[in-house]
Design a protein around this ligand. Structure first.
Ligand code: ADP
Ligand code: MG
Length: 475
């Protein structure tokens, strides 16, 4: 039985100036808004890879609480468009298995299922049949059975299992193994990629699946969120090119080194390598804080006290400093720090539980101490450069912001981004967003938070070339 659904297009308007839809079109990829306008979707089955990697906790009644629903809010318009088109929709997603519930790994997808089910009921006001896959496997026997029911229209919305939950699934997902997703090629008439935060990664549920769909002559579609985010990133990159003197990148955090697989192949680029490829974009000022400052300080012969930087990062930092000098780029390092003695440091620092440690402000990091936040003079220096800029990218906290005593530097910059009233900036990163949201309750016209961190940064470092990202890459 086909359920009646109103055919209303709810897609947010994509800016007229964006070249992304055209570029995608040339590669045979429609945008979701256009595809739904041009195709009768009633009774069709659509698979959507959404970005629902939200953080959550357990409340006092043992119920699950989503800490920040922003990613769901951003994913929602694409999902809503697909649901209203009359298609039957399978939702694919991941939440990180680092999430713990009562001390053990999260092995349930009822949290997001309940949330989505309620939203669908409220916002679409229909009798859509919702179901979810409870078993651990992403495309195990239960999933296959329910996907068949979806195709027959017995189920209208199916929430599939967290693709990273089962250990074997997770490995296949990360290795981009087509075997994980091949059964889906039989079921889906179209596949929609809505995860901008995943665009730099080749995983089975967002890359191998595209090959499977294309080999069967089926549609691969870019979600409108994808188009919006990449269009904003291109706007920023164009700004860097047209106004280099008023461009700034602020980089911090701790994911600074490359990560390698057993064979020595780079699995994920660290921020230093990404920064190296950003030097050609025209950005005049690069402000560096957080742990990211360590290799640069060592490269310049400055003390990092009890801190450590690895040799490869120091070598890259030296190369970057030389290139920057040749190109007239200002690499600005912190001029003062909030430091903690190693004897006072334990895991509690991050949780903000321990209260009796001493933080001092110093311009040179003393022996035995670690710099865990930028100092007040650096806050002022960075704020001034940011305020004088028109195009800005910010990724990575300035300190161990998880502890409120070490969050001041990061929050000072968050305040600058929240209040700035000219130009355009993209902010992002899983941890950066967590820190920012203490100050910024929503995006402003001039500062926009993207869901992912590595993805937008990588896209920027590739000068916004769509062919370098997962959706268009031919592998
Ligand atoms: P994002 O998730 O925004 O991309 P990262 O994952 O690279 O950022 O880094 C975030 C982490 O960096 C946070 O957990 C924070 O505590 C840590 N961090 C920031 N500054 C420092 C520092 N000076 N020393 C140690 N850790 C730091
Ligand atoms: Mg992080």
């Amino acid at each position: 039985m086909q359920h009646f659904r109103k055919i209303i297009k709810t897609n947010p308007k994509i800016k007229e100036t964006s070249v992304i839809p055209n570029e995608l079109n040339k590669a045979g990829i429609s945008t979701l808004g256009n595809y739904l306008k041009e195709n009768d979707m009633s009774g069709k089955t659509v698979g959507m890879r959404l970005e629902l990697n939200v953080s959550f906790k357990v409340d006092e009644n043992g119920g699950l609480v989503i800490n920040d629903t922003k990613r769901i809010e951003k994913a929602w318009p694409d999902l809503k468009s697909a649901l209203l088109s009359g298609a039957n929709v399978a939702i694919m997603y991941h939440v990180e298995d680092k999430a713990k519930v009562n001390g053990s790994a999260f092995k349930d997808n009822s949290l997001i299922a309940e949330y989505l089910k309620k939203r669908i009921a409220q916002e679409i006001d229909s009798d859509l049949v919702f179901d979810r896959v409870e078993e651990l496997k992403f495309v195990g026997s239960e999933a296959k059975e329910k996907l068949a029911a979806l195709k027959q229209g017995k189920i209208n919305v199916l929430l599939m299992q967290n693709v990273r939950l089962d250990e074997q699934d997770r490995k296949m997902e990360k290795k981009n193994d087509p075997a994980l997703v091949s059964p889906l090629g039989e079921v889906f008439d179209a596949y929609v990629d809505c995860g901008t935060g995943l665009m730099h990664r080749n995983a089975a549920s967002n890359n191998a699946i595209k090959g499977i769909m294309k080999s069967q002559g089926k549609a691969v579609i870019a979600g409108d969120l994808f188009v919006k985010d990449t269009s904003d990133l291109q706007k920023l990159i164009n700004g860097f090119k047209s106004n280099p003197d008023k461009s700034v990148a602020i980089l911090g955090g701790s994911k600074i080194s490359n990560s390698y697989d057993e064979k020595g192949k780079v699995v994920e680029e660290g921020k230093i390598v990404i920064l190296q490829s950003m030097l050609d974009l025209g950005i005049r000022n690069i402000l560096i804080g957080g742990k990211m400052a360590d290799p640069f300080m060592v490269a310049k012969g400055e003390s990092i006290g009890a801190g450590r930087a690895n040799e490869e990062d120091i070598k890259l930092a030296k190369e970057i400093l030389v290139t920057a000098k040749e190109k007239g780029i200002n690499i600005v390092l912190p001029v003062d720090f909030r430091t903690v003695h190693v004897d006072d440091m334990d895991g509690d620092l991050f949780k903000g539980v321990k209260t009796d440690f001493e933080i001092i402000q110093e311009t040179t990091v003393s022996d035995g101490r670690e710099k865990l936040d930028i100092g007040p003079e650096t806050e002022k220096l960075f704020a001034k450069i940011i305020n004088e800029s028109e195009y800005r990218v910010f990724n990575g906290p300035m300190g161990v912001f998880e502890n409120p005593k070490l969050a001041e530097g990061t929050l000072a910059l968050a305040t600058v981004f929240n209040e700035i009233n000219h130009g355009f900036g993209i902010l992002g990163g899983g941890d950066t967003n967590t820190a920012l949201k203490k100050v910024m309750k929503s995006d402003t016209e001039h500062s926009k938070m993207l869901a992912g961190g590595g993805a937008p940064l990588t896209f920027i470092s590739r000068a916004g070339n769509l062919e370098t990202i997962n959706l268009m890459r031919r592998d």
